[in-house]
Ligand binder design. Structure first.
Ligand code: FES
Length: 107
């Protein structure tokens, strides 16, 4: 696929899958994972209010800083790490090629 990147997702069992993500559709990392039927709830649909799309970034080039809504949610998560993000707030761009994230527990 032209205008697509690869992102890698570590699942709850420790295995990794590689997903192809189009860069020209305005999708988020969460939407790409849902489209590939990965095990995440993302119940708020990308509003940054449920945190059920929480991932830990294991490897990336530079990512945009979290916005205020995302930063606030991340602060409330017991399992959050220094590189935690809400995958619904990470837009697929060419710069994200090679991103590696790990699915995190929901609570
Ligand atoms: S889908 Fe709800 S915070 Fe990301």
């Amino acid at each position: 696929m032209e205008d697509a990147i690869n992102i890698h997702v570590e699942l709850h069992d420790g295995s990794r899958v590689t997903l192809e993500a189009p860069t020209d559709m305005g999708l988020s990392v969460m939407e790409v994972m849902k489209a590939n039927e990965l095990d995440l709830a993302a119940i708020c649909g990308g509003m940054a209010i449920c945190a059920t799309c929480h991932v830990e970034v294991l490897q990336s080039s530079e990512l945009p800083e979290p916005n205020d809504d995302e930063a606030y949610m991340l602060e409330t998560l017991p399992h959050a790490t220094q590189t935690s993000r809400l995958s619904c707030q990470l837009k697929i761009t060419p710069e994200l090629d090679g991103l590696v994230v790990r699915l995190m527990p929901e609570a």
